[in-house]
Design a protein around this ligand. Structure first.
Ligand SMILES: [Zn+2]
Length: 316
């Protein structure tokens, strides 16, 4: 009874207020963590700013960087001086991944790749803050995935932390071109954007049995079975019936990070089928055209064809 009364007194925030509040939490957390890491991680702060400004621009209602920083002039001035590029490029270049993924990288750099529990705890603290006074999932990831091959390092990934469908779909396409390892982006492009396997491009993967890939709910810590789409992409066993959009789950980022570092996995995967280059180009064009069509919905964004930061592993 007491709980119910307490529940009634919680004043929920509007989704717009939550978007601004959560963007602010992410920015200030990243600036603080950047000061704690021994390595230079300022590029991660730079990246999350660009990403949040872009998501603010395409949000409904849209938010400018100034809106997101709560009209806090000191913070705004500090960030504009330290990180001028995100302010300059958020309305012309696409982010390569979603914001929570930048936070994940920062936390992994802070604690080291082996400290799975510390990493999960720190992300949980941030997610719980971002879930306060709202029932909407805005700018935070619900899932973290940990992948490992035999005794290799642990590689992490989080689910897409966007708000709404166009933003999520845009970031899956941008990650295919600008962030994920080719094996992961090929697997996603096999199904994206039509949710059906392409007849001319079939690059889904059967992970070898010595690769472990486990997902957990960040706020509750409980293990989660892969969804049916992740089972399509990587041959993961599951009893789950849910099917999220291909490419939006934590498994994709985590395995992509493993593929980038553990080249032996490649040898164990079924050999590169004879996919003619022409078919890969066709699959990429399908993704690219869909992306352009989605971006047309936002007249304030004028894409110059680049992804920020411009390190494209699978150039369009
Ligand atoms: Zn999934």
């Amino acid at each position: 009874m007491a709980d119910e009364e307490e529940e009634k007194q919680i004043e929920y925030l509007s989704d717009g207020e939550v978007f601004r509040r959560n963007a602010f939490i992410l920015i200030t957390t990243m600036v603080d963590l950047n000061n704690l890491t021994r390595q230079d991680t300022s590029m991660l702060v730079d990246e999350i700013l660009h990403c949040l400004f872009f998501l603010g621009l395409i949000n409904s209602p849209p938010f400018s960087p100034r809106n997101l920083l709560g009209d806090d002039d000191d913070t705004l001035e500090y960030l504009e001086n330290e990180y001028p590029e995100p302010f300059r490029l958020y309305s012309t270049q696409l982010p390569r991944r979603s914001p929570f993924s930048c936070l994940l990288d920062m936390v992994v750099r802070l604690y080291g790749q082996e400290k799975e529990d510390l990493i999960k705890d720190r992300l949980q603290t941030v997610v719980l803050q971002m879930k306060e006074r709202t029932s909407s999932q805005i700018l935070f990831s619900s899932t973290i995935c940990v992948s490992q091959m035999c005794d290799s390092c642990r590689y992490y990934g989080v689910s897409m932390s966007t708000r709404g469908r166009p933003a999520g779909e845009i970031l899956v396409a941008a990650s295919c071109f600008g962030y994920w390892h080719r094996l992961a982006s090929d697997a996603v492009m096999t199904y994206y954007p039509d949710k059906q396997k392409k007849l001319y491009f079939s690059r889904n993967i059967q992970l070898p049995s010595n690769v472990k890939c486990e997902a957990f709910n960040i706020s509750e810590g409980r293990p989660m079975d892969p969804c049916r789409s992740c089972s399509d992409l990587f041959g993961l066993d599951t009893t789950e019936r849910k099917r999220w959009a291909h490419g939006g789950c934590a498994e994709v980022e985590s395995l992509s990070n493993l593929f980038k570092e553990e080249s032996q996995v490649m040898e164990q995967l079924r050999p590169e089928e004879n996919v003619p280059e022409e078919n890969r180009r066709r699959a990429k064009m399908r993704v690219f055209n869909y992306l352009k069509q989605e971006l047309k919905k936002f007249d304030k964004f004028k894409w110059d064809g680049k992804i920020y930061p411009d390190l494209n592993p699978n150039k369009i």
